[in-house]
Design a protein around this ligand. Structure first.
Ligand SMILES: [Zn+2]
Ligand SMILES: [Zn+2]
Ligand SMILES: [Zn+2]
Length: 334
């Protein structure tokens, strides 16, 4: 059973999930070990390697199916007592059972990857995120839900077959918690949503804009942590991703497809992650928080200073990055 442990000094949570790797040697994975072979692929239906873990049939679409993760970071529990904190080692530390859910959204096409997904597939993936969000949040022990995508070995994709994941937990993720309190503080001082203000500011300055359509704006991030880090915001204030109407999801799929094409054209086979930050389920809605999607290219590894200080040195300015991306081929394919 995975366990949440709190950093007694900073308050940050970590998940200790020993089921995911048995021995220290498991961490040294040469890239060749990442499965690219269709014959024993764990996600290709009908192969010898196929792992038929509980499929969530209602979530299946033309191009994707959804399963429970075989080695979940967060697990369901019938035992309501387990959602409460406990204080191990004579009450010194704080921990909780890692209650929640961990699902895998799997492409039915082994040979595609995030960069070759059509706009229709992108749209289906976002629709699944919304539908699963609604289903998962019915569990009252769940507080926050985060869809993520790992593209490339360097970005943590341990299986090459294209797939997204949905993490749901009984705690507010550390980063989302910091964003929530920062946005609330900004609202208290300025009486406006910091994200709405960023959108207005960026549309006025124009230097960091990568793509824009009727409903979304994509910009490199002013204080970026990774070269070419790009954020996608809904232009209309909305704290909850999962409430996005279908018509807008189509434009989200559109802008994502275009931004990813620009990244790929600049640096082919670039490893990256993307994830969606949305309001934790314990809140109904928020005037200060605004959902968004962050794309983080994994082109630089953190060194000792970054790890030690938490202060990231990004060697490419977000303004130069946006210029590269704008020049890096036109959008609209697919
Ligand atoms: Zn496969
Ligand atoms: Zn807003
Ligand atoms: Zn965020």
């Amino acid at each position: 059973m995975p366990e949440l442990r709190q950093n007694i000094i900073t308050g940050d949570w970590v998940v200790i999930a020993p089921e995911r790797a048995k021995r220290p040697q498991d961490f040294i994975v040469p890239t060749s070990q990442v499965n690219t072979n269709k014959d024993n692929c764990p996600f290709c239906e009908g192969t010898v390697g196929y792992k038929s873990n509980q499929k969530i049939r209602s979530a299946s679409t033309e191009n994707f199916y959804v399963i429970e993760n075989k080695f979940p970071a967060f697990v369901e529990s019938e035992d309501k007592a387990s959602v409460r904190s406990f204080y191990p080692e004579k009450g010194f530390y704080r921990a909780r059972a890692a209650i929640g859910d961990h699902e895998v959204v799997i492409s039915k096409h082994h040979d595609l990857n995030l960069m070759t997904f059509s706009k229709t597939m992108m749209m289906e993936m976002f629709e699944i995120f919304c539908a699963r969000y609604d289903a998962i949040k019915k569990d009252k022990s769940i507080v926050s839900i985060m869809p993520i995508y790992n593209h490339g070995v360097e970005a943590g994709a341990s299986v090459s077959h294209p797939h997204a994941q949905i993490f749901a937990s009984g705690i507010i993720a550390n980063t989302v918690g910091r964003e929530l309190s920062g946005a609330e503080k900004y609202y208290g001082i300025n009486g406006s949503c910091v994200f709405c203000d960023i959108i207005d500011h960026e549309r006025h300055e124009k230097v960091r804009i990568v793509e824009e359509n009727a409903d979304y704006l994509a910009t490199t991030f002013y204080a970026s942590r990774f070269p070419l880090e790009t954020w996608v915001y809904p232009k209309r204030h909305d704290s909850q991703f999962e409430n996005t109407p279908k018509k807008e999801l189509k434009n989200l799929a559109d802008i994502m497809h275009n931004v990813l094409q620009r990244l790929e054209r600049n640096i082919p086979r670039m490893p990256l992650n993307f994830y969606i930050h949305t309001l934790p389920t314990i809140h109904d809605k928020s005037n200060s928080y605004h959902w968004h999607l962050e794309i983080v290219p994994r082109l630089a590894n953190y060194g000792g200073y970054e790890i030690g200080s938490g202060v990231i040195i990004d060697v490419l300015s977000p303004e130069a990055a946006a210029e590269y991306l704008r020049k890096g081929g036109s959008s609209g394919r697919g």
